[in-house]
Design a protein around this ligand. Structure first.
Ligand code: FPP
Length: 253
């Protein structure tokens, strides 16, 4: 039981200063799950859960800025989410449209760079334009990169990368024998980021759900039962603390 003791430790009231004494992950990826259940438990429409989910994301971005975490990738809308009922999809599109407008000034002031990762062809023009405007406004910011995974699926991302590699081979830009991990990573949406060090998934599900499959090869995983709208600053600090207790060996000894 001792080896797992850190996982169950009731570390309370961690402060940013305490966390900063140990290694800080460069890149944190988050699967923000449980919005629908949060709303259902309160007899509210699912969209109320998504609306409530904006607040913890804002808090996480602020905390990352304070801690010196340089990259966040937030799973905001998957390729599979297009299959949800029409009213939920359109409600979510409206929420993204409004949220980007409401938050852009503050994000920009805090040096946050917005990057959209996902299949842009499927995104309604009006929403895409808002995201792309946000990308342009924030493109020179250097404090934190916030990758918004939107209309995103990792298998599709890998297939697109394979197609790009085939084109490069055909155009004699690369020789097959020179294809390596660095080259392949350079074909992915996340080409400008290091791989995630820590992946957090809320809501008690133990799945990866087609998120960053290539990039998380050596990532530390943190699962919590907390539903995303209830994910607090204290719990984010606890997740980072938990990460700091891990012994990362990358397959070596
Ligand atoms: C998954 O919960 C959550 C989503 C599909 C949407 C997440 C979006 C936000 C938190 C808003 C972020 C805003 C911006 C601008 C990036 P679920 O619906 O699968 O929950 P359930 O599993 O309980 O049904």
């Amino acid at each position: 039981m001792k080896i797992f003791s850190h996982l169950f430790s009731s570390k309370k009231n961690l402060t940013i200063e305490e966390i900063k004494k140990n290694s800080i992950p460069k890149h944190v990826a988050i699967i923000m799950d449980g919005n629908g259940r949060w709303a259902s438990k309160r007899g509210l429409p699912r969209l109320a859960g998504h609306r409530e989910g904006v607040k913890p994301l804002k808090n996480v971005v602020r905390l990352c800025n304070d801690l010196g975490i340089k990259y966040i990738t937030a799973y905001s809308f998957s390729n599979e989410n297009w299959e949800r009922p029409e009213n939920e999809v359109s409600g979510l599109m409206q929420l993204f449209f409004e949220t980007v407008a409401a938050e852009i000034e503050d994000l920009n002031k805090n040096g946050v760079r917005i990057v959209l990762i996902g299949n842009r062809n499927l995104i309604p023009q009006k929403v895409l334009k808002r995201f792309e405007d946000a990308e342009n406004i924030t493109k020179n910011n250097e404090n934190v990169v916030l990758n918004i995974a939107f209309s995103y699926g990792s298998r599709q991302e890998i297939i697109e990368a394979v197609k790009k590699a085939c084109i490069d081979i055909k155009n004699n830009k690369i020789d097959i024998k020179d294809i390596d991990e660095d080259y392949f990573s350079s074909l992915l949406f996340t080409r400008n980021c290091p791989d995630p060090d820590l992946l957090i998934r809320t809501s008690g599900e133990f799945r990866i759900s087609n998120f960053l499959l290539w990039q998380i090869a050596y990532c530390e995983l943190y699962f919590t039962k907390t539903l995303w709208p209830d994910f607090s600053n204290a719990e984010f600090l606890k997740a980072i603390w938990d990460y700091q207790q891990r012994n990362r060996r990358f397959g070596k000894i």
